[in-house]
Design a protein around this ligand. Structure first.
Ligand code: FEO
Ligand code: CA
Ligand code: CA
Ligand code: CA
Length: 517
């Protein structure tokens, strides 16, 4: 053991320079292999979906970190790749959609459960394992709520699954983010009259499902794939859902709404081990207050909405009535295992000329997660000075180092406008907690062209970092000439994939607290 520690001590922690190379580049001391990619067969009837975002791993047995179930979110589809439909070709694209195209797209979103096993340092999918299954935009699931929503208690499917979380009872949480791009949204005028706003992808043309059935936190049971949507946590573009279990086993759930000027929320359950009932709060970060979105006790909510169900369905409107603070697109949230602070990525906000984003630190009063007051401060800001822009996913390792990814993707965010030129491709960074590099921001991986690195998740022994490479070649307009070819398959088509990052540097980082003592 001391020999291993000596070897790790000598390994340098050298970051990468920004790069435009169409490849997954890793710092010295790191290796990767692909576990699974878009289109791979996971069982006789099912294939791995498109665009991998949140990734998490639950071992079957706490004593064996090498065998368990991997959950992966399939956030959205690029129709050009999945159904062959070219949105660029038409002035009014949704008029030209076929049902077959939409069906293919609906199959490719949602999530996958796959059994994976590690042997000799390599993770492999156990094909046809009975646990392997797809959850898609057509999988029926329950609403975990006593009142129907738009006349139903069972809804069809999940999609737009961005980041997520894990429960203390070992189920997956997958969060419905930009749901309005598939089934549209119900919008209200000044007099409260509803109207349908069309989606950009036009699925409602064939499947007119109520938008109100999407935009929730979804819990998936890895054992049988059964799923339920947690209405009590509210409806908005949920980026993630990060839980803390109180000593009496009640649950605190943090989640952000990733849209310009939307909000940060926390839910406190009233029952132990349940996400069904409790109080949803929204953050006033100026005054450090959690404001209860509670119809019973808030006259302003009673004036606008007919009951608590309506408050939860129209969470954004309710939050604004109470004076919630508009934030710069809250993305992933993690709780620092050492200080207990809650970190929130604020990725950017064009409306407010915040182009590079920041990471917000929330310190709950007296370190109590059910406190109703807190202190908010900026932990670090993006920009050329700090070498990163647009923070998104966060993860802490066993030594308390903060890992985060950048995401400069998106329509307005193209590199031609010059703002992001210096940062080059999206990357994975670490902020060491201990030792001589403490507090530095070090780039450890650089993504292929157009890709975003997502869902960083450590194996329970800290020896593997599971990471998704999402949407390589996203800007492609001609499949014969894609903007990325990663992972360099024979067909030349770029494919979102989940990789296992291993090597001495992962081990070093996870043991840094021992090495630097
Ligand atoms: Fe799907 Fe906010 O990232
Ligand atoms: Ca994200
Ligand atoms: Ca995370
Ligand atoms: Ca993002």
């Amino acid at each position: 053991d001391s020999q291993i520690l000596d070897r790790l001590k000598k390994l340098p922690l050298n970051g990468l320079s920004p790069s435009n190379k169409d490849d997954l580049l890793l710092a010295t001391g790191l290796d990767y292999h692909i576990i699974i990619r878009w289109g791979d067969e996971i069982s006789k009837n099912d294939r791995f979906g498109f665009n991998n975002d949140f990734t998490c791993f639950i071992p079957f047995d706490d004593d064996d970190p090498t065998d368990g179930l991997l959950w992966v979110n399939h956030e959205y589809v690029n129709p050009l790749f999945v159904s062959g439909f070219d949105f660029e070709k038409y002035e009014n694209p949704t008029a030209h959609r076929t049902k077959e195209q939409v069906d293919k797209e609906m199959y490719n979103v949602g999530g996958s459960i796959v059994r994976i096993k590690e042997k000799d340092g390599k993770w492999k999918v156990i094909k046809n394992d009975p646990h392997n299954r797809r959850i898609t935009a057509k999988t029926p699931m329950e609403l975990n709520w006593d009142h129907p929503i738009k006349g139903a208690s069972t809804v069809i499917g999940t999609h737009s699954n961005c980041s997520g979380g894990i429960t203390p009872w070992k189920t997956f949480l997958t969060c419905e983010e930009n749901y309005d791009s598939f089934f549209g949204e119900t919008v209200y005028d000044q007099d409260g009259r509803p109207a349908h706003r069309d989606s950009s992808k036009g699925w409602e043309k064939f499947y007119p499902y109520p938008p109100e059935h999407y935009g929730w936190v979804v819990e998936v049971d890895p054992k049988d794939g059964s799923a339920q949507k947690h209405v009590a946590i509210g409806r908005y573009a949920h980026e993630c859902c990060t839980l803390y279990e109180l000593s009496d086993k009640r649950i605190v759930a943090y989640s952000g709404d990733d849209k310009n000027n939307e909000h940060l929320y926390k839910f406190i359950s009233s029952e132990p081990g349940s996400l069904k009932e409790g109080t949803l709060y929204v953050a006033d970060t100026v005054n450090g207050k959690w404001l209860p979105l509670d119809w019973q006790t808030q006259p302003a909510l009673k004036d606008r909405f007919k009951d608590q169900t309506e408050v939860l369905v129209r969470t954004r409107e309710a939050a604004k009535i109470l004076g919630a603070t508009p934030l710069n697109r809250p993305e992933d949230i993690e709780i620092d295992p050492i200080t207990g602070s809650v970190f929130v990525s604020l990725t950017n906000n064009y409306d407010k000329n915040d182009f590079h984003g920041s990471i917000l630190k929330i310190e709950e009063t007296d370190g109590k997660y059910d406190a109703l007051t807190f202190n908010a401060s900026t932990f670090m800001a993006g920009g050329e000075e700090n070498g990163f822009s647009c923070p998104d996913n966060l993860a802490f390792d066993m030594a308390g180092n903060l890992w985060f990814t950048s995401d400069m993707s998106g329509s307005k965010m193209n590199k031609e406008d010059g703002l992001y030129m210096a940062f080059k491709n999206n990357s994975l960074f670490v902020v060491p907690r201990h030792g001589k590099d403490q507090g530095k921001i070090i780039r450890l991986a650089s993504a292929p062209n157009d890709a975003e690195l997502t869902g960083p998740w450590f194996s329970p022994d800290g020896k593997t970092l599971f990471l998704s490479v999402q949407h390589p070649g996203e800007q492609t307009t001609d499949l014969n000439d894609p903007t990325s070819k990663w992972p360099f398959d024979k067909d030349g088509i770029p494919k979102s994939s989940v990789v296992a990052i291993t090597g001495n540097l992962i081990e070093k980082m996870n043991k840094l607290h021992i090495l630097e003592r």
